[in-house]
Design a protein around this ligand. Structure first.
Ligand SMILES: Cc1cc2nc3c(=O)[nH]c(=O)nc-3n(C[C@H](O)[C@H](O)[C@H](O)COP(=O)(O)OP(=O)(O)OC[C@H]3O[C@@H](n4cnc5c(N)ncnc54)[C@H](O)[C@@H]3O)c2cc1C
Length: 262
């Protein structure tokens, strides 16, 4: 089975994130990495292909030049090939625009016949969690979300979806799109062999023109949503330090009670 995994390059959550005053978008000129939640989708795709003993994993990203780092990490983990959609006109696209470009890229990468498309449950920066649903709609595929277990059978995909009070088992006919959670597996670290092998793997770079997407349909100008204001969260206040001189337990209980935890 040939699997396409959508991976996003995101600002490192450890670095100080800022917004650009000019258009209220997150400044991406900071250290970036493969969205950690997408590593689970890459791992799951690799496991499926390895278990089947055949097939390929293609990773696709839509993002500026630095997004190549996300592809590199996925290739080092074991993905077979990568597609990078890069075009200045895409900057500032919202989920609607991003899903349009992704859909065209998935179609081109699979000659119009995707078998299984995997995504993370949400990006770790935008955190909209809607791109997978929009992508499935554009590709005309059934979509099953938040998979914490995934099994591919003859012409079908079955997932477990964990809710607060129950777990559901859901089946969909292939081809399908599945978004996965961080419960589904333990992503592997790239091995030395994987890092060396990644250097030789094919990476295609496509522009909007290559995908037949009109620049007027994407980017900040075409976005259906916009960030109209932002404010930095106030810094965290220093916590209360209790020195235990015999009555530490009681003081802790008092504190928890005052915070309505008890
Ligand atoms: C090229 C580009 C440049 C952008 N530049 C900025 C910017 O500078 N500042 C800013 O604030 N916003 C920018 N945006 C918009 C921002 O990234 C949006 O939040 C995003 O397009 C959609 O929402 P999300 O990432 O929250 O998606 P979610 O719905 O939370 O993502 C869920 C899953 O969809 C897949 N996915 C989502 N986006 C991509 C992608 N781009 N490539 C591959 N897979 C993806 C992943 O599998 C992900 O786990 C940009 C978007 C694009 C496409």
């Amino acid at each position: 089975m040939n699997i396409v995994v959508c991976v996003k390059h995101v600002p490192d959550a450890q670095s100080d994130r800022t917004f650009q005053e000019s258009d209220n978008t997150v400044d991406r000129a900071v250290d970036g990495l493969l969205s950690e939640l997408d590593e689970y989708a890459v791992e799951e795709a690799l496991k499926i292909v390895e278990a089947a003993g055949e097939g390929e994993v293609t990773v696709v990203t839509v993002g500026p030049a630095a997004a190549a780092d996300a592809l590199k990490k996925a290739l080092q983990m074991g993905a077979h090939k990568a597609v990078h959609v890069q075009d200045d006109a895409i900057h500032g696209s919202d989920a609607v625009g991003t899903s349009l470009v992704l859909a065209k890229a998935v179609e081109k990468a699979t000659d119009g016949s995707p078998e299984l498309v995997l995504t993370g449950m949400s990006s770790t920066d935008g955190v909209m969690g809607v791109v997978p649903a929009m992508l499935a709609e554009r590709l005309g595929l059934p979509q099953v979300t938040y998979a914490s277990e995934l099994t591919v059978g003859e012409g079908r995909v079955t997932i477990r979806r964990d809710g607060d009070v129950a777990s559901e088992t859901i089946e969909a006919a292939l081809p399908a799109l599945v978004s996965v959670t961080d419960q589904i597996n333990e992503p592997r670290y790239p091995s030395f062999k994987g890092i060396m092998a990644a250097k030789k793997k094919p990476v295609e770079t496509w522009s909007l023109a290559d995908l037949g997407v009109d620049a007027d349909d994407v980017g900040l100008g075409a976005a259906w949503t916009s960030v109209v204001a932002f404010a930095k969260r106030p810094p965290r206040e220093q916590g209360q330090i209790v020195t235990d001189e015999g009555e530490g337990g009681a003081k802790l209980a008092e504190f928890l009670s005052a915070q309505k935890f008890l």
